[in-house]
Design a protein around this ligand. Sequence first.
Ligand SMILES: [Zn+2]
Length: 410
Amino acid sequence: MIVYEFKCKGKDKQYRAIDDAIRTSQFIQNKCLRYWMDNKDKKVDKYALNKHCAVLAAEFPFADELNSMARQSAAERAWSAIAGFYDNCKKKVKGKKGFPNFKKYSRSVEYKTSGWKLSPNRKAITFSDKKGIGTLKLKGTYDLNCYDIKQIKRVRLVRRADGYYAQFAVDVDVRIESQPTGQVVGIDLGLKYFIADNKGNVEESPQFYRKAEKQLIRANRKKSKKYDPKKKKAKQPQSTNYHKARGRYARKHLRVSRQRKEYCIRLAYSAIQSNDLVAYEDLNVKGLVRNRHLAKSISDAGWSTFRSWLEYLGHKYGKVTVAVPPHNTSQNCSNCGEKVKKSLSTRTHVCPHCGFVEDRDVNAAINILQRGLSTVGHTGTYAWGDLPSWAVGASLLSSGESLSQESPTL
Ligand SMILES: [Zn+2]
């Protein structure tokens, strides 16, 4: 699967219709979740949820307006959350199992193979269900003409701070033959450096969020000043100026997330291009982010984005990516294997057993590579084949947008 993304151009009325479709999709997703919660004794499965869609359509006219396959997509979203929860329970994951939540701020609606039609030159798309979205112009440099319409498996409409986007999931294998480089690399993800490898190369942390923080705080303050709690109490809409300020704030955030993403992709691309095998730590980023002191830096670093792209590009260029268990990679001596205890602030690894001296992160990267080489074949939990391709895409795209030259897979 490959995803092409276009900006949509339409009239205000059409954008409101997209909002309505997104809302309906969210409604169905939540109703399906509710149905599952209320009928736990009846073993509700994927197919039961799909059937429940028809019940909802009969009961609620606005649900009936949405294309039937788009309704199914919404039910599938609910199911994937439920299935993820079951999976975590089965695997006995430590801590929270990710019990599915009701969605409040959905940003997209997904059509499958019906309910839409591309124009003859494929520069516009018309939605034919009763939501009244109509014809949207597609702005972008990609050309959909080189694919058979049957290859387009899904069309997703996404709302962002700076407008509406259409994503096309095209069923095509992206694998590209590449020459072996004879090189392998171990990568340590750090806070001081974004990444360090076993050869001693380090990449500074770009800290896009921290750099933009002042501006973000200022924009947020301006937004708050225009917020009127009395209006909230009286259930009246906030002022136009408030919504303008809110948009400005959201667009600034969008910019930071795009910067971070492009940076991650560039690093992942160069690691994949110059190596045959890339080993990295199988970090539980979610668990780490809960530590308040590290949270901002880790979220800012965008490790999970980096990793998703590493795995995707590895798949694309036929390279091996290995996620290794992170235990003691920074503590053990990569030269003699003895454990050398050090705190987070100790930046250099000095081994009292064999005299080996190396930068802390580089020492860890060497350990990671050694582990990676000894476990080839056992790729990590998030490694490509383990997830349905669609789920990988969902995480690649969760922060928003695709890159200008490269489109991530679904
Ligand atoms: Zn040693």
